[in-house]
Design a protein around this ligand. Structure first.
Ligand SMILES: *[C@@H]1O[C@H](CO)[C@@H](O)[C@H](O)[C@H]1NC(C)=O
Ligand SMILES: *[C@@H]1O[C@H](CO)[C@@H](O)[C@H](O)[C@H]1NC(C)=O
Length: 268
């Protein structure tokens, strides 16, 4: 998993800096959703077996995984809880969220039009929930403690695959407006304003997740099989993923300038 390899670098940076990480805060899609979709009106849920069969207690929490998702392992590696609870899960409250919280929603993306496809939580709304979380945290712990958590927490983001696979290549609207290169640039502008918003709200350690080799997802390989091409990966999609990741790396470089005290990297 690319997440782990690139994450190891961030971990090393933080470790060398002697930084204490009080919380892990997650934004993104199904790659990191811890169960928020269970609490909204969407068909995109995973609260049934075989999902969750290797999770604690074999519980299908709403993670799109047989067990934990990468951000759960990352939380554990910081000596925090071995999983990051979903913000909308009523089994948890602000005392729990003080050491980690997940705002991710399966099916979402950078583009508002992507989250509309299956009525999931758009990125701007994940950020609204994060603002609400900050307020609850300040009410619960007082400004000083809450601000320390907000600035020392590690922020992990993981999304973008759905913008291409569920939206651009599946529906005609964005395809009629943008070439694939223009669409990538459009998504990068949204990523940029998202990161700047997080920075403005006090986040200082941000790991911006890139795209996985999305042409090798099971669905894409099955599609190849159906059209008589064996089960090979879709290399066009993989090339788009690599091009988009290069653009995200450029964004990371640009955004670092003039933002001292910001630890910022890109994963995958
Ligand atoms: C959170 O829930 C726990 C029990 O699950 C309870 O002990 C604690 O007081 C609650 N905290 C707040 C701030 O509501
Ligand atoms: C997405 O929708 C929100 C809420 O309507 C809006 O504030 C935001 O500007 C939209 N983002 C883009 C890039 O259009």
């Amino acid at each position: 998993m690319g997440h782990f390899i690139a994450f190891a670098l961030l971990f090393l940076q933080l470790y060398t800096a002697g930084a204490k990480v009080p919380a892990v805060i997650v934004f993104g899609d199904s790659s990191v959703d811890a169960g928020n979709n269970n609490h909204i009106q969407t068909v995109l849920k995973s609260n049934f077996r075989p999902y969750g069969r290797d999770f604690f207690g074999g519980k299908a929490t709403g993670r799109f995984s047989n067990g934990r998702v990468p951000t759960d392992f990352i939380s554990e590696s910081f000596g925090l809880r071995p999983y990051v609870p979903a913000y909308l899960d009523t089994a948890y409250n602000i005392s729990d969220f003080a050491s980690g919280v997940c705002f991710a929603s399966a099916g979402t993306g950078y583009d508002n039009a992507t989250s509309d496809v299956l009525s999931v939580i758009p990125l701007w709304k994940e950020v609204e929930y994060y603002k609400e979380y900050q307020k609850k945290l300040r009410d619960h712990l007082g400004d000083q403690k809450a601000n320390a958590i907000i600035s020392q927490a590690v922020y992990l983001t993981s999304m973008g695959t759905n913008d291409f696979l569920e939206n651009y290549y599946t529906l005609s609207n964005r395809r009629s407006q943008y070439t694939i290169t223009q669409y990538q640039d459009y998504l990068v502008t949204i990523a940029e304003s998202f990161i700047k918003t997080l920075y403005g709200l006090g986040a200082r350690k941000v790991s911006l997740g890139g795209l996985p080799p999305m042409g090798c997802l099971p669905l894409e390989r099955t599609t190849s099989f159906m059209i008589g091409q064996g089960d090979k990966c879709n290399s066009d999609y993989n090339n788009v993923a690599m091009a988009f990741n290069r653009k995200l790396s450029g964004l990371v470089k640009r955004i670092r300038v003039g933002r001292s005290g910001m630890l910022f990297n890109r994963t995958v």
